[in-house]
Design a protein around this ligand. Structure first.
Ligand code: ADP
Length: 487
């Protein structure tokens, strides 16, 4: 049996998995990655911690298994800048959630042709992406800007940084999916864009070489003196899309956690959304190109956390299922917009609300309405993506903690009138990147992966069209009122 190592360098932890050639996960190991919040809106990590967690997560697995190939996914927009001669970081890792690039975006906004930016990158001018934050670093630390323009510094997203370290400074590489999160990458031409580099004042010399998402791109040594071939690179959400075997246009996944991240494969052409969704590279290698629509819902699992910790109406998150089933009043509506409404409303100012309370409203009714509200948000993003692509997905594949909530998954299936399939694999992301390494190194095919993908549970829609229409009409009325309240 041949083994693959998948490394998921995520925001809160690094998870490593060993997967066999049938795509079955054999063993996993994680290391927690701390973050610090030095000022309001700032989120940083220690670059050395990122390297350490990768080594720690992999070490026990490397000691036990003979690995044929490695795949490595990353946080996306999070980046580090370091000195190319001594390998010392000159910035912290500035995390995707960090908003310090907002002032840069505000200053550039009047002079930027947002439509052309969208055509080139698939993205919006937003501090979420790497480039505005790198420009912020240059504006606030002129000596870093000077060194960068003298060709003395390197930029890298988290995989680029770790791979540089693990290759002794030999490899300075990324892949098109990760490059597409910087706001510097032309997703039509698959190259760094000269105009955007000028706009953000970033020298080409500090950017990594963009390699295909799969293929033998070099070797990495985790510290045991045994270099292993690196065969796959992707952003974490794209790795989850791959791990969920969403290979055809229209197929999509929703990864649930504190927030929910939805990605829809839209085929090999970069379509732009009319609903404000992002267009991103799914993967690009060897004649395989997938683009994806990307839509995040910031508050889903965290709304359940809020029921548990703030309202104290459930003892733990999973108990929200039983509580919802006990509810006898479907007339309550909760808009769980605890941190604004993103796709497809784009109203960051909106906050949550409850409607339809009466003298006999119980905590169970509020729990149920909160889960219904989460389901309605998922419905809206899936429908926006379907509208933009011109086709509905065949089903919705889901993973993450809240996908273990039967009430919530059934409600999503009912509202979408689609089957919801829960992945049997808890680590869809790390398995996805290991599988992609297997495609490159072992000749595993997309068909093999589709056949091997297993669903732990599937929820078929059972709601009548009339009930569905009622539910959605009630939601839309409440949503209209909330938007008006915050106008
Ligand atoms: P992470 O976000 O760290 O990847 P999880 O995938 O376990 O972690 O998701 C954690 C979030 O999901 C928490 O906000 C928690 O409240 C919520 N959650 C976990 N399990 C359930 C469940 N069975 N039902 C509803 N919400 C859940």
């Amino acid at each position: 049996m041949k083994y693959l190592l998948g490394i998921d360098q995520g925001t809160t932890q690094t998870t490593a998995v060993v997967v066999d050639e049938t795509g079955e996960m054999i063993e996993k190991n994680s290391a927690q990655l701390p973050a610090r919040f030095p000022q309001a809106g700032w989120v940083e990590q220690e670059p050395a911690d990122i390297v350490r967690t990768v080594k720690e997560a992999c070490a026990p697995l490397l000691a036990k298994y003979e690995i044929s190939a490695v795949g490595f996914d990353n946080q996306g927009e999070t980046f580090v800048v370091w000195d190319k001669d001594n390998g010392e970081p000159v910035t912290p890792a500035i995390v995707w959630q960090d908003t310090r690039g907002q002032s840069v975006c505000d200053a550039l906004a009047p002079s930027v042709d947002v439509e052309s930016l969208r055509q080139k990158t698939g993205l919006l001018l937003d501090s979420y992406f790497s480039a505005p934050k790198l420009k912020w670093v240059f504006e606030n630390y002129p000596e870093i800007r000077k060194k960068a323009h003298e060709g003395k510094l390197k930029f890298g997203t988290t995989e680029t940084w770790v791979i540089w370290k693990l290759s002794g400074g030999k490899l300075h590489i990324t892949d098109p999916s990760t490059a597409s999160r910087t706001l510097l990458f032309n997703v039509n031409k698959f190259e760094w864009d000269e105009d955007l580099l000028k706009l953000f004042d970033i020298p080409r010399s500090m950017l990594p070489e963009v390699k295909p998402s799969a293929g033998h791109v070099g070797d990495v040594d985790f510290g045991d003196g045994k270099p292993l071939p690196l065969h796959a690179l992707l952003v974490d959400q794209q790795a989850a899309l791959f791990g969920q075997a969403c290979f055809k246009a229209g197929e999509m996944k929703c990864s649930f956690g504190t927030g929910s991240f939805l990605l829809m494969n839209i085929g090999d052409k970069p379509k732009l959304s009319n609903n404000g969704l992002l267009t991103t590279v799914g993967w690009n290698f060897d004649g395989h190109t997938a683009y994806a629509f990307d839509g995040g819902i910031f508050v889903t699992g965290s709304a359940v956390q809020w029921l548990r910790d703030n309202l104290k109406v459930i003892p733990d998150s999973a108990a929200s299922h039983d509580s919802a089933l006990r509810s006898t009043d479907a007339g309550v509506v909760v808009i769980p917009a605890l941190q604004g409404l993103a796709a497809p409303h784009w109203r960051t100012d909106v906050r949550g609300a409850m409607f339809g309370l009466n003298r006999s409203t119980s905590s169970d009714d509020i729990v149920r309405a909160t889960l219904d509200g989460i389901a309605c948000r998922v419905y809206e993003v899936v429908m926006a993506m379907s509208q933009d692509l011109g086709q509905k997905p065949p089903h919705l594949k889901v993973d993450g903690g809240p996908s273990g909530n039967p009430y919530l998954m059934q409600m999503i299936a009912d509202l979408l009138d689609l089957e919801v399939r829960v992945s049997a694999a808890l680590e869809a992301t790390a398995i996805g990147i290991a599988n992609l390494a297997g495609v490159s190194a072992l000749g595993i095919t997309f068909d093999d992966l589709s056949r091997n993908w297993k669903s732990e549970k599937a929820y078929a829609p059972t709601m009548s069209a009339a009930d569905r229409d009622n539910k959605l009409a009630q939601w839309n009325k409440a949503l209209g009122a909330v938007k008006a309240f915050h106008n």
